[in-house]
Design a protein around this ligand. Structure first.
Ligand code: HGY
Ligand code: MN
Ligand code: MN
Length: 415
């Protein structure tokens, strides 16, 4: 059957990407778009308008996962899906997630322009709450689709102002029973996510695209350190139980545990540190940390966590403080599907692009879609490997290559 040769309208896509980037809670070029914020709702409305213009049908589930369907010749068949997220952490850039959503839409439009008619439906998915900012856990929408988070657990989620998922999703216009978010095994024939690499390899090696074979295993833990507060002038050093100096020991211990795992794939970060009472002349009595620990090997990652907890017990005894851990999530890695990888590889070859197989160190919704469908990911280079910063950037050429290969892959899988 003749190869489809989609022509990507990259100028149109880059203009849409620039417009989406300006839908932000922060001044350009900073993108802040927390799920269910006003900016998120405006961004969702903008995306739905773009999808309606090309005759695609739209369904939103009870938490705001958005399914944009290009009906196939045989609507009863399981869809071939693509997609990513448009929510963004504070002080982020314009490309993380968005390249996969706008790129997915442009891949569909490019195929439409060739006159290609898919046998299977092709569906663009905009996942709700990929970033952990609002509720402290990433990939909320895809976790619920895959049954990794139950509706009962989802109902316990609160944001920093104690607002519940139900309250916020209701205000955003998403009602319906949380039990309906779950998708069955085989709901998608295949899922392919286009995303910027968020690392330096492709750019530094001059390779057009990454073909992702594994997605690293993320874990997130909250740590509370309770010491004894007091007057910074009057409380002498020998009798102190300072929660913040204990936290300092813990943060450095986590770094040491990750560095001593023996492989470069182990990473650990303490990204949140809240100090109470937070007065310059008051000895900290309570510290809350939020940590992010990842590895391509789930067992090795868990070993780092156990090592960290053992050091914490020593710190607690030595400093006379209470240290408690709460595991927010500890997910296994995802292995991408061989047949979907082959479809991507064939598309790369027919597009005349170069590629390399690689691991994704960032997590993505594909990590959870893999629980109920065969997945693969396509990476575009990103400048300096920079991401989760306003200077995040992917060139039109890089994005156009990714979209063309995505379009060819979708056509191969949906024909
Ligand atoms: O943190 C991540 O890996 C993703 O960008 N949310
Ligand atoms: Mn991100
Ligand atoms: Mn992302």
């Amino acid at each position: 059957m003749a190869e489809v040769a989609p022509l990507v309208e990259i100028d149109r896509l880059m203009a849409e990407l620039a417009k989406l980037a300006r839908i932000s809670e922060a001044e350009p070029p900073v993108v802040t778009r927390i799920v269910f914020s006003k900016a998120d709702l405006r961004a969702r409305a903008y995306m739905k308008d773009l999808c309606r213009v090309v005759g695609l049908s739209i369904r939103e589930d009870a938490v705001g996962n958005t399914f944009v369907r290009w009906q196939g010749a045989d609507p009863k068949l399981a869809a071939v899906a693509t997609g990513s997220h448009i929510d963004a952490i504070p002080n982020a850039g314009a490309y993380d997630g968005v390249v996969g959503v706008l790129g997915g839409l442009e891949a569909i439009r490019a195929l439409q322009r060739t006159g290609f008619r898919p046998r299977r439906p092709i569906e663009l998915v905009i996942f709700t709450s990929e970033e952990p900012t609002r509720f402290g856990i990433g990939c909320l929408g895809s976790r619920m689709m895959g049954g990794v988070m139950t509706p009962d657990h989802a109902r316990t989620l609160r944001d920093s102002e104690s607002r519940s998922l139900d309250e916020l999703r209701g205000q955003a216009g998403f009602s319906g029973n949380l039990e309906t978010v779950l998708l069955s095994e085989g709901h998608f024939h295949a899922f392919v996510e286009l995303h910027i690499e968020q690392g330096p390899i492709l750019e530094s090696e001059g390779i057009d695209l990454g073909i992702v074979t594994h997605i690293a295993a993320p874990a997130s833990l909250k740590v509370t350190i309770e010491g004894e507060g007091g007057h910074a002038g009057a409380m002498l050093m020998p009798i102190r139980h300072d929660a913040l100096t204990a936290a300092a020991d813990l943060i450095l211990a986590l770094e040491a545990a990750a560095k001593s795992s023996g492989v470069i794939d182990t990473v650990a970060t303490v990204g949140v540190c809240e100090v109470f009472p937070g007065a310059v002349n008051s000895v900290p009595s309570l510290v809350r940390l939020e940590s992010d620990i990842r590895d391509t090997d789930g067992t090795r990652r868990d070993g780092v966590v156990e090592n960290w907890k053992a050091v914490a017990a020593e710190v607690a005894a030595r400093r006379g403080v209470q240290i408690n851990f709460e595991t927010v999530n500890a997910d296994p890695p995802a292995i991408c599907d061989a047949s979907v990888l082959e479809a991507v590889q064939n598309a790369v070859s027919s597009a005349g692009k170069t590629s390399v197989r690689m691991v994704s160190r960032a997590y993505h919704d594909s990590l959870f879609v893999a629980r109920f469908a065969p997945v693969a990911m396509i990476f575009t280079p990103c400048r300096g490997g920079v991401s989760h910063r306003p200077d995040e950037y992917a060139s039109p050429e890089w994005i156009a290559s990714g979209v063309e290969v995505l379009a060819r892959t979708l056509a191969n899988l949906a024909r």
